[in-house]
Design a protein around this ligand. Sequence first.
Ligand SMILES: Nc1ncnc2c1ncn2[C@@H]1O[C@H](COP(=O)(O)OP(=O)(O)OP(=O)(O)O)[C@@H](O)[C@H]1O
Ligand SMILES: O=C(O)C1=C[C@@H](O)[C@@H](O)[C@H](O)C1
Ligand SMILES: [Mg+2]
Length: 176
Amino acid sequence: MRPTLVLCGPMGSGKSAVGRRAATALGVAIHDTDAMIEERAGRTIAEIFAADGEPAFREIERDVVVEALGTTAGVLALGGGAVLHPDTRRALAGYRADGGVVVFLDVSARQALLRIGTDQRRPMLHGDGESPRQRWNRIAAERRAVYEEVASHVVTTDRGTPAAVARRILALLPDA
Ligand SMILES: Nc1ncnc2c1ncn2[C@@H]1O[C@H](COP(=O)(O)OP(=O)(O)OP(=O)(O)O)[C@@H](O)[C@H]1O
Ligand SMILES: O=C(O)C1=C[C@@H](O)[C@@H](O)[C@H](O)C1
Ligand SMILES: [Mg+2]
């Protein structure tokens, strides 16, 4: 079993929101790896970061994402930093080699920050010495090449509702 579609991209690009609309339109399930991690850990992502730190979170995330790529159908929305783990990148390359579709949802800093603001549920946005805007910009710049490497398609989400962005993505799928 494998997902019909995998979404990656930075915080606020719309992976969860667009993923839900795409899944509804296709009549399939949506799986969001952030929600799967919280369910497995019995804690929120913010709680995991606060208690155990980012490296511990990335290990749980690697386990959940690699497993989900082999065991779920439907749409799989990844956490923003899931592509950082080399095991996850290898699993995504295997999924694509097998015909899977990975879409990088690109977004401008301006739109992303308008959407997510200073949301406390996103621990990567908060840290010493940098504003959420500075952190978002730095992280997005650091990750851009990795998103491009893992993706088969890039879709910009600045314009259009989540449903409209979902329709653009569905047009990329084989047999759509
Ligand atoms: N195309 C869009 N137009 C307007 N609002 C949007 C769009 N896409 C997403 N949003 C809104 O922006 C917010 C963030 O979107 P979402 O949670 O889907 O981002 P994400 O990529 O999953 O972020 P994270 O990596 O933090 O999980 C949500 O409130 C969502 O409804
Ligand atoms: O971009 C990131 O590193 C993150 C994005 C979210 O989806 C969550 O996975 C978590 O808040 C970390
Ligand atoms: Mg999300």
